[in-house]
Write a protein that binds this ligand. Structure first.
Ligand SMILES: C[S@@+](CC[C@H](N)C(=O)[O-])C[C@H]1O[C@@H](n2cnc3c(N)ncnc32)[C@H](O)[C@@H]1O
Length: 241
């Protein structure tokens, strides 16, 4: 009887391993069709990051409220934009997503003339002008695909993250902020981060639960704290040599 159990367990271990292998092959095959896409799922909810939204509001204090322009990059079905309106009662909010069906749901729900949903591509994003804040929340990652790996290169490489944060930087107004939460990488590891300063966010204890990787795609085991970065715009000095 004991022998039979050992055999049964061995067969089960083998079939489990084969199943995981097959599942990963299928996932890898489909990934090639989502080359422009970051996070694949569309999970969202109303007021999902209240502390972060409060900190972003604080970071933009001083700007005339009716002139504020915000971008929710990866807005899914719109809840993020509708929630942002609570923190920024005035101003223009743009929601961009790569998924057309999400955008349709978002637009169908929208009754705010100062919230607009657009398909995310370079031309459309740039056409809306410069933003005072760009929110990339639960977008710059592949979760849970990267949950159990020590190296994420084959799933979501650093260069993809870096390319996107660098193009988003070009869309920021002078002294604008980039808000990155639940990403697979630390913004500080990107080259473009040298143009930014970290904004202190005392009420937000870390940059999210999504596992972090370094610029070589290796898992980072330390906690990462920062999630708001301000683009530092140097004023040209009349006395500069
Ligand atoms: C998990 S949802 C996050 C929604 C919302 N930001 C939140 O945190 O509740 C990720 C969204 O990012 C979108 N997304 C993925 N790649 C994108 C890209 N390249 N441009 C714009 N949106 C993208 C997906 O379609 C999906 O709607």
């Amino acid at each position: 009887m004991a022998d039979l159990n050992v055999l049964r367990n061995k067969i089960k271990a083998k079939t489990d391993a084969l199943w995981i292998l097959q599942k990963n092959r299928v996932k890898k095959f489909f990934r090639q069709f989502y080359a422009d896409q970051h996070q694949l799922t569309s999970v969202t909810s109303a007021d999902r990051y209240p502390e972060l939204f409060e900190e972003a509001k604080k970071a933009l204090k001083g700007l005339p409220s009716d002139e504020i322009k915000l971008l929710s990059f990866g807005c899914s079905t719109g809840e993020e934009c509708f929630s942002l309106r609570k923190y920024f009662p005035q101003g223009f909010i743009v929601g961009a997503d790569i998924n057309k069906s999400n955008l349709k749901k978002a637009s169908d729900k929208n009754t705010d003339p100062w919230i607009k949903f657009i398909l995310s591509n370079d031309a459309n994003l740039a056409a809306e002008g410069k933003y005072h804040a760009i929110f990339c929340l639960s977008v710059l990652c592949r979760w849970e695909d990267t949950k159990d790996v020590e190296n994420c290169e084959a799933i979501y490489p650093f260069e993809k993250f870096e390319k996107t944060v660098s193009s988003l930087t070009n869309l920021l107004a002078p002294n604008g902020i980039l808000v990155i939460y639940n990403s697979n990488f630390r913004f500080e590891d990107s080259e473009i981060s040298s143009q930014f300063e970290i904004v202190s966010t005392p009420s937000v204890k870390n940059s999210g639960f999504v596992h972090k990787f370094d610029a070589s795609n290796r898992k980072v085991h330390q906690q990462h704290k920062h999630c708001i970065y301000r683009k530092v715009t140097k004023v040209a000095s009349a006395y500069a040599s």
